[in-house]
Design a protein around this ligand. Structure first.
Ligand code: UD1
Ligand code: UDP
Length: 363
């Protein structure tokens, strides 16, 4: 039996690792790793293959950046050739990026079975490109592997047959659990490099925050005010760097310490030791929940409600007064407490491996 895993962007790499590792003991399987090349900078791609112990991609489609249509269409054209050559029994896709939906569309038309890892998440906000990717992928994939029970409910409500849905838990947390000791080893050097004692950690890259100059200006101004009370470190996503430079907004954020995107181990260590994390990232909402570190999410909604209902995440939306208030609350020692959601236990990859191999036997 042959499996193709397809990844493309930074958050995919933490999700594919546990599944590849768990399937390695099934020696009757051939696993092929395809990288679409959606992310390509060394610090957005290569570093994760090294740090997460991933095999080098067998195939790189080298799609690169482009508009949504260009990126999706070019991935479809390139991936169709790969899938026709390899004729896999299963294609596994991850998360909600353009690579995910493009590959799923190709497979659905060719009658190749697709398993979607991290299925069922919904922000109910169709202005988010990822929400469109999630809706389409889940409608046409064959096996929907969900990280939390809300995912199952969303899929059932959309009319997906219950036998296609399996609650497996959160693969991203598998990677965190496995690599946390290695991440911790980076902490003393990071502390020294960035001169950290008490600090907040920032990530922002959603178009709704960074592509609107007025919004980005407002956010940077508020973060700069917060940085007067709490040192802030901001490893900056390439999209965000371009927007700040393009709009000439760097002067608004003179108190904030910026750096290039960091490796997984370094970023995990920085999350674990942060007083608070300010983000719009999906994965970071989950990781802070697992680490039980207070997280403020600069979005009006989240496709990961369990991080708010159970975890340490608070949605502040675009309400800058609320952002300031919640940071102040944390600094006064009154941060939101959270718990770890069910099945975020480091074993989701094993559960996925078991399901995929069972499906092989049933067919
Ligand atoms: C993509 C995903 C988003 C995910 C994010 C993770 C889609 C629609 N969006 O957003 O869901 O949260 O990745 O980080 O799939 N760039 C570089 N170097 C790179 C990659 C990108 O400089 O290695 C720059 C390019 O100018 C590019 C821009 O960043 O145009 C945006 O990249 P893109 O992959 O289109 O979207 P992201 O914002 O990264
Ligand atoms: N991350 C990282 N280095 C950074 C910022 C984030 O390794 O400088 C990791 C983070 O720990 C998480 C993942 O990237 O594992 C989240 O990806 P991202 O925020 O790019 O995408 P999203 O989850 O929002 O789709």
């Amino acid at each position: 039996m042959k499996l193709l895993h397809v990844v493309g962007a930074r958050p995919n790499f933490m999700k594919v690792g546990p599944v590849i590792h768990a399937l390695r003991s099934h020696t009757e399987l051939t696993q092929v790793l395809v990288h679409t090349g959606q992310h390509y900078d060394a610090n957005m791609s290569d570093i994760f293959f090294t740090q997460l112990g991933l095999p080098a991609p067998d195939i790189n489609l080298e799609i690169g950046s482009g508009s949504h249509a260009v990126q999706t269409a070019q991935t479809m054209i390139a991936f169709e050739k790969v899938v026709l050559e390899h004729r896999p029994d299963w294609v596994l896709v991850y998360g909600d990026v353009n690579s995910t939906v493009a590959v799923t569309l190709v497979c659905a038309k060719l009658g190749i079975r697709v398993a979607h890892v991290e299925a069922g998440l919904r922000s109910f906000d169709r202005t988010m490109p990822e929400e469109i990717n999630r809706l389409i992928t889940d409608q046409i994939a064959d096996l929907l592997l969900t990280p939390s029970a809300d995912g199952d409910q969303n899929l059932l409500r959309e009319g997906i047959a219950p036998e296609k849905i399996r609650l497996v838990g959160n693969v991203m947390i598998d990677t965190l659990v496995r690599l946390r000791p290695q991440a911790e080893a980076h902490w003393p050097a990071l502390q020294q490099q960035f001169g950290l004692a008490r600090y907040g950690l920032i990530t922002l890259h959603r178009p709704s925050n960074v592509d609107e100059p007025a919004m980005l200006r407002q956010i940077l101004t508020t973060l700069n005010e917060i940085a007067a009370d709490l040192p802030l470190l901001f490893p900056i996503h390439p999209r965000t760097r371009q927007r700040i430079q393009g709009q000439g907004l760097a002067d608004l954020a003179g108190r904030i310490q910026f750096c290039d995107p960091l490796g997984y181990l370094e970023f995990l260590a920085l999350q674990a030791h942060a007083t608070i994390v300010l983000t719009d990232s999906g994965g970071v909402q989950e990781e802070t929940t697992y680490l039980q570190v207070p997280c403020l999410t600069l979005r009006e909604n989240t496709e990961r409600p369990v991080t708010v209902d159970v975890g340490s995440n608070t949605l502040v939306g675009h309400d800058m007064a609320k952002l300031r208030h919640e940071v102040a609350r944390t600094l006064q020692g009154d941060a939101k407490q959270g718990a770890i959601p069910p099945l975020w236990d480091g074993r989701a990859g094993e559960r996925i491996a078991q399901i995929i191999t069972q499906h092989k036997r049933a067919l």
